[in-house]
Design a protein around this ligand. Structure first.
Ligand code: NAD
Length: 495
């Protein structure tokens, strides 16, 4: 029998108030992976109530104690890593090695933020007046709404929940309806680690019902969202109307720049990994490859040969290089871009079709696809596809490569392959994305550095590293005057 999962509200595992459920299937095999509450606005209201009730005590809990609970949750994640990774592969399709990476990222973030329990540094600084002390301290925002996508179903929730908790916020978490089991595993680890009831609440369901209520509820003080631009922009407008702070991490149209002097074998490894890893379903996926003219033909030929050899299959099989696409809607979307690319005049050099040979017929498989002869303004070179599709663009110079790279509505990740240190530094300076890699692919961010993007990718915030603390805290500036008399700042002539 398919396992049933619940919401987590006020420290209890509860069904949706409506009693309704929905099922999820393995995108590689079609087999049922679990049944989940189809929650609605009432469930969100319960969760917000529980979070509001728990917030004052949690805020008053010393941060190092909050960190200790995270540390224990990290130990649970380490212990359960293999099981959680397999369940993650079964529910959203990425290959097992990458699923382990997803869990590892959550472990890294949990330990890192556990350490923040004893840091969360502010500033102390001299005052302009005598006998006066000045400092800044971080304060929690209150109740935080975390809304997450399916493509990193344990890592991304950890990027939000761990910094929110360690800084003293209560959380209402709305995971993706396409990957709720990994969300359950993360929340369960925190509950088993001893998190007090109500501090973290999870409500599973559709975006339009659950997510929208989380955004609109006046009891939620801050929204942290990762997902598509369409949804993110809507949330931004709603938050603007409500005067609610919001942190947005959205789509990408990332590129790898390959200069004439690059180590082509290394660049090829980087493109294969960045374009087809996670079946291209990463916000940082390399869906453009911008190649300097002298090596364009050779690189295109080698890339197509490698892409054609990639083995599609169930991510649990050790022989699989590329897993399925997450669901039928996404499969159709990816497929539609093949027609778009051809109609625009790009050359379909390999792939370009769904695959249903043998066992693959049970899942949502799409061949690794390479377009050549793409130009910068084509839709396949401008829009996020979120599948195993990449487009090669020929350029004459480094300056042109940088211009093409920056000329998209997104600004998340760029990589450059070159052996010329001067070119690498000029690229670092000229590239306007939030992440820049030299001689490595566009994917593989580490959790202790800021993560996020410019232009349409974000709204100026960064996740991870100490930057995450800025999202989930307010600065409180404190002046202590021990002179025993009225002192007036900015009026030094009266001193
Ligand atoms: P999505 O926008 O469809 O859904 C994201 C979350 O928002 C889900 O939990 C969904 O249920 C919820 N949601 C949907 N409609 C809502 C509404 N009206 N109000 C509130 N919540 C709502 O995105 P997805 O398909 O789950 O994820 C893929 C997208 O996420 C891609 O665009 C990808 O680039 C992006 N992404 C970005 C990053 C990053 O850090 N920049 C990381 C991973 C994924």
């Amino acid at each position: 029998m398919t396992q049933q999962y619940q919401n987590f509200i006020a420290g209890e595992w509860r069904p949706a108030r409506s009693g309704e459920r929905f099922g999820r299937e393995n995108p590689a095999t079609g087999e049922a992976t679990g049944r989940y509450p189809r929650s609605g606005p009432d469930d969100v209201r319960d969760a917000v109530c529980a979070a509001q009730a728990a917030a004052p005590l949690w805020r008053a809990t010393p941060a190092p104690k909050r960190g200790e609970i995270l540390f224990r949750a990290g130990e649970i994640l380490v212990r359960e890593k293999e099981r959680f990774a397999r369940e993650l592969t079964e529910e959203m399709g990425k290959v097992l090695a990458e699923a382990r990476g997803d869990i590892q990222e959550a472990i890294d973030m949990t330990y890192y933020m556990a350490g923040e329990g004893r840091r969360q540094f502010g500033q102390t600084t001299p005052s302009e007046l005598p006998d006066k002390f000045a400092m800044s301290v971080r304060a929690p925002v209150g109740v935080v709404g975390c809304i997450t996508p399916w493509n990193f179903p344990m890592a991304i929730p950890s990027w939000k929940i761990m910094p929110a908790l360690v800084t003293g916020n209560a959380v209402v978490f709305k995971p993706s309806q396409y990957a709720p089991k990994s969300a359950y595993n993360l929340v369960r680890a925190l509950a088993d680690a001893g998190l007090p009831p109500g501090v973290l609440n999870m409500v599973v369901g559709e975006g339009a019902q659950v997510g929208a209520t989380v955004v609109e509820h006046p009891g939620i003080d801050l929204i942290s969202f990762t997902g598509s631009n369409a949804v993110g922009r809507t949330i931004a407008r709603q938050c603007a109307d409500a005067g609610k702070p919001v942190s947005l991490e959205m789509g990408g149209k990332n590129a790898i720049l390959i200069l004439d002097d690059a180590d082509l074998a290394l660049a090829l490894d980087g493109v294969i990994w960045s374009a087809f890893g996670t079946t291209g379903q990463r916000c940082t996926a390399a869906s453009r490859v911008i190649v300097q003219a002298a090596v364009y033909d050779e690189f295109a030929e080698r890339l197509v040969a490698r892409a054609e050899r990639l083995r599609l299959g169930n991510g649990l099989e050790p022989t699989t290089d590329v897993g399925p696409i997450v669901n039928s809607d996404q499969l159709r979307k990816v497929d539609s871009y093949i027609t778009i690319g051809r109609d625009e005049g790009a050359t379909l050099a390999c792939g370009g079709a769904t695959t249903n040979v043998g066992e693959l017929g049970k899942g949502y498989f799409f061949q690794p696809t390479v377009f050549t002869d793409a130009t910068p303004s084509m839709r396949i070179a401008q829009e996020e596809i979120f599948g195993p599709v990449t487009a090669l663009i020929k350029v004459g110079s480094l300056d042109e490569a940088i211009e093409v790279n920056n000329g998209v509505p997104y600004g998340l990740s760029t990589s450059i392959y070159t052996r010329d240190v001067n070119a690498a530094f000029r690229a670092i300076e000229g590239i306007t994305t939030g992440l820049v890699y030299v001689n490595a692919g566009t994917i593989g961010a580490e959790i202790h550095l800021p993560f996020g993007g410019t232009r349409g990718t974000g709204n100026g915030h960064r996740e991870a590293g100490t930057a995450a603390l800025d999202t989930f805290t307010e600065w409180k500036t404190v002046y202590i005057d021990y002179s025993g008399q009225l002192q007036k700042a900015q009026m030094t002539e009266e001193l």
